[in-house]
Design a protein around this ligand. Structure first.
Ligand code: FES
Length: 87
């Protein structure tokens, strides 16, 4: 069970993730509008700033990410995380 806090210009919401979905899939299942395009780690549209916590990638991402950023479409939290949408 991981706490996922998602921040963007429209909301600051906190959820508790019980499943092994990607963070993107999990947030969508909660009804959160999140940015995405390819859903396979190549475009970078789902890029978020990782304010704290850690994730593991389910596939090796090809999109460029800076230190402190994650791709939600191909990662799962390994701890409580706090993320901020870049859009
Ligand atoms: S949706 Fe394209 S990298 Fe995540």
């Amino acid at each position: 069970m991981k706490a996922v806090t998602y921040n963007n210009v429209l909301c600051d919401e906190k959820f508790t993730q019980h499943s092994d979905q990607t963070t993107l899939e999990y947030l969508e299942a909660q009804g959160v509008k999140v940015n995405y395009h390819c859903r396979d780690g190549t475009c970078g549209a789902c890029r978020c700033k990782l304010n704290y916590g850690s994730v593991v990638y389910t596939i090796e991402p090809l999109a460029y990410i800076r230190d402190g950023e994650i791709l939600t479409c191909c990662s799962q939290p390994t701890s409580d995380i706090d993320i901020t949408s870049q859009y």
